[in-house]
Design a protein around this ligand. Structure first.
Ligand SMILES: [Zn+2]
Length: 171
């Protein structure tokens, strides 16, 4: 049985080969570009002929094509910028909430670690803690306090603590 490639539209009835309207060669369907607008779903010219045509057409229309591409890129860039601006605009509250949550989480973390540090400092009567006690409610800065005073105050605090522990244990 011969291949039915001689139908008027060049459509192979056995769906395996198709006649190219340009080079008049019968080629497998793979040799044709898909074209949904066509009945059989394939272009009427084979890929090779399409490429040759396009190359020839492109040679004649090079400038027009590159200008159109440049225009497209420009328009597209503006569109995409406009789109992301619109997104930010319509999600402003969402973005703000997200940033606020992030800030809050970090503040929380910072507060917690600083609390832990000062708790530890208080327990160990660290220089920083003692200087803090000494300068609290004054205009003095930590570095204004001489180390000898820090050491003396530390001893003082130790005594107070020892006494208060004894006091509460007596109750
Ligand atoms: Zn062809």
């Amino acid at each position: 049985m011969s291949e039915a490639i001689d139908s008027p539209k060049g459509v192979a009835t056995n769906a395996r080969k198709k006649l190219c309207t340009q080079c008049k060669e019968s080629k497998p369907l793979l040799a044709f570009f898909r074209d949904k607008s066509r009945k059989d779903g394939y272009a009427h010219r084979c890929k090779e002929c399409s490429k040759t045509n396009y190359a020839a057409w492109y040679q004649d229309n090079k400038e027009r094509v590159s200008k159109r591409q440049a225009d497209w890129h420009l328009a597209n860039r503006e569109r995409s910028l406009a789109r992301s601006a619109a997104w930010r605009n319509s999600h402003r509250e969402h973005i703000q909430a997200r940033d606020a949550a992030y800030y809050k989480a970090h503040q929380q973390q910072k507060r917690e670690s600083s609390r832990a540090r000062s708790k530890q400092g208080a327990e160990q009567l660290s220089d920083t803690y003692v200087r803090q006690v000494l300068t609290d409610g004054t205009s003095l800065r930590y570095r204004d306090v001489p180390q000898s005073l820090v050491d003396a105050k530390r001893e003082h605090l130790r005594v107070i603590r020892a006494l208060s522990i004894k006091d509460t244990s007596n109750e």
